[in-house]
Design a protein around this ligand. Structure first.
Ligand code: PRX
Length: 630
């Protein structure tokens, strides 16, 4: 790529990048798709297998409860695996996996087919059937993928809980989903230590009553409690006569639920976002194909965790739908040394690396010598997701990791969108820090308070104006909340919760969340989750959490705590509260700082004014204080 400096910095793709790309002319594709997005998505859907075709691509008769590919029958797992058994990919590797301790495993498409079928039969033998919810709680090991696929194959709805979450977070999700089965690992390796997942699950299960069976994958091998009649070993079940090699994929309606995934919204507890077999399949398939330009010679590595949407869409479903070979790594990027990632890229010949700005910034801190020791020439494309990438990190990634030849796909999207929404493709000229423009067939805008589009470079609410196949269908058990949270600020327009601006070239620049969501190291947390964990401690009366800028994490959590009368704040108590949050929510929610205060700024109706706390912490003008109570 050559760097051309005009008024602004554009990074143009080289001729060879364009030559290889699926899409060579972004404008042409975009015009075609935007003219008739129904036809555009219908054509893409035709590249996949359906047991029965659709009557309609989009049904908006009950909007905002949009339906896609109505009348069609399919199963996403059939398209992820079975389809490749007859198209010469049977022996192609679906996954290459490396454990943090250096263990290695690979799974061909046929092996994935066999393991998924066997485990699907195990689930059936536990009485799991179509529509049942199954919770999965593991680290980054192949069994997490097999578990998700096995559920979807028989029509059960998976609910994956990130392995970095802890007792209360898991309990809440088990209870809300009313899962009958929990699939858990004994532990996970993280930075040479064991995260005791089963032990955490045992504590969560004491609080949640619906789970009948706990299926335990042995990963770390330490002694764990196995409750008789409830807990069973995965490896033993997989050797039972009922764990047969064949299990036909259940015929699902395109609109049948595929999974639910909990995420933090504006208020209260995390909500389960619901995605479906048909539309989600088409959306993740197309976006990965066009944006990461997947082909059969690629070794693609999405370094996210399967427990978040990035992992669902772009470690599991998107790559498998494209018949790709994915690499998966269990542990921390800098373990045992800061060259771990670069070493594995060299060793496995990774051609596409997709990660988060926080990881890039974290590894950048160790200097250029660590990546410099490795041959990274197999890389041809890079990707970024989860939070805005600062131009400094972008340039380092581009220069030091990508040798100035790998375009960076900065993909903006959300748990709710299911797929990339604002993203370049390899043929698109880039600007560091911008995700460029919306994906073809998707119309977005930036609106002011009244719903009028803002002028170039002005900040406003980022919205989506056309439906898209992988869109959230509803919030599980709370359709009213779905309408209220996403579709009520402006008529017929989806509110993303982000603020953004658009420059004169039509490029979008994400500024950040405008609601009570804090993005910490790319992880999405709600102020409410942190606050309720704090007030569940016996010494805390009230609490407020805010996000403040942090060099590596993007945002760090700061909390303000009012103690119960008679309790005095101390360093020991602050440490105890941090531990308490890690125990209840997870280590990712640990605050950077806990400040003991006598009062919190509130509106007259009692709502904590977090923006006032934020302004004060940053030494900025708190703005309009007319609604402040005191
Ligand atoms: O604020 C945006 C930020 O992440 C939010 C969505 O978080 P989550 O549902 O956890 O999904 C993350 C992975 C898709 C968005 O509302 N975000 C995501 N990608 C970007 C981003 N902000 C800036 N640039 C991005 N590329």
């Amino acid at each position: 790529m050559q760097e051309i400096k005009n008024n602004e910095e554009f990074y143009y793709p080289s001729e060879s990048v364009i030559k290889q790309a699926h899409i060579k002319d972004w404008n042409e594709l975009s015009e075609k798709a935007n003219d008739n997005y129904e036809e555009f998505w219908g054509d893409i859907a035709n590249e996949l297998d359906w047991f029965k075709s659709w009557d309609k691509v989009i049904d908006d008769s009950e909007k905002p409860f949009y339906k896609w590919f109505t009348g069609a029958k399919t199963n996403i797992v059939y398209n992820c695996i079975d389809r490749h058994l007859s198209d010469n990919r049977k022996n192609k590797l679906a996954y290459i996996w490396e454990g943090e301790n250096g263990e290695f495993q690979s799974l061909s498409y046929f092996a994935l087919y066999r393991e998924t079928n066997k485990f699907a039969n195990v689930l059936k033998s536990m009485g799991v059937s179509k529509g049942d919810r199954v919770t999965i709680y593991m680290g980054r090991i192949p069994e997490i993928v097999i578990s998700m696929l096995a559920c979807a194959r028989i029509g059960a709805i998976h609910s994956v809980v990130y392995g970095g979450f802890s007792v209360e977070a898991l309990h809440e999700r088990l209870e809300d989903s009313q899962s009958k089965v929990l699939i858990v690992a004994d532990g996970a390796y993280q930075r040479g230590k064991i995260v005791p997942l089963k032990e955490i699950a045992d504590e969560a299960l004491q609080r949640a009553a619906t789970v009948e069976h706990v299926l335990v994958v042995r990963r770390t091998g330490q002694d764990i409690n196995m409750e008789f009649g409830r807990d069973m070993w995965y490896h033993e079940l997989m050797n039972m006569p009922f764990a047969k090699n064949k299990c036909d994929a259940e015929e699902m309606d395109a609109e049948d639920p595929l999974f639910m995934l909990y995420t933090s919204g504006t208020t209260g507890k995390p909500k389960a976002i619901l995605h479906t077999h048909g539309g989600y399949m088409v959306g993740t398939y197309a976006t990965l194909k066009y944006v990461f330009d997947i082909n059969d010679s690629d070794r693609y590595w999405c370094a996210a965790d399967p427990g978040w949407i990035t992992g669902h869409s772009y470690i599991v479903y998107g790559p498998l739908l494209n018949g790709a070979t994915s690499f998966m790594y269990e542990g921390a990027p800098n373990f045992p040394y800061p060259n771990r990632w670069w070493q594995m890229i060299e060793k496995y010949g990774i051609s596409i690396l997709y990660t988060a700005p926080t990881a890039i910034r974290g590894l950048m801190r160790f200097g250029d010598a660590w990546p410099g020791r490795h041959d990274l020439s197999s890389l041809r494309l890079l990707g970024s997701v989860g939070e805005p990438i600062n131009p400094e990190a972008w340039k380092w990634y581009h220069k030091v990791i990508g040798s100035e030849k790998c375009p960076i796909m900065d993909t903006w999207w959300q748990t709710e969108t299911g797929m990339f929404m604002i993203t370049p493709m390899p043929c698109v000229p880039l600007k560091p820090g911008s995700g460029t423009r919306p994906f073809p067939g998707i119309q977005m805008d930036i609106l002011d308070e009244e719903g009028k589009p803002v002028k170039d470079n002005e900040e406003g609410y980022l919205v989506i104006k056309t439906p898209w196949p992988a869109m959230i269908r509803t919030i599980y058990k709370d359709p009213d909340k779905y309408v209220e949270q996403y579709w009520s600020k402006y008529p017929d327009v989806y509110l993303t919760g982000d603020s953004a601006r658009r420059d004169k070239d039509g490029y979008y620049w994400i500024i950040g969340r405008v609601d009570d969501v804090i993005k910490v190291s790319g992880y999405r947390l709600g102020t409410a989750e942190i606050e309720s964990a704090l007030v569940s401690h016996r010494d805390v009366a009230e609490a407020a959490a805010i996000g403040l800028p942090h060099e590596v994490k993007g945002n760090a959590i700061y909390t303000y705590v009012i103690l119960r009368s008679g309790v005095n704040g101390s360093k020991e108590l602050a440490d105890e509260l941090v531990k308490h949050i890690a125990h209840e929510v997870g280590p990712i929610a640990k605050p950077e700082r806990i400040e003991f205060v006598d009062s919190l700024p509130k509106t007259r109706s009692g709502k904590i004014m977090r923006r006032v706390l934020k302004a004060k912490a940053l030494g900025l003008d708190p703005g309009n204080l007319s609604t402040l109570e005191d």
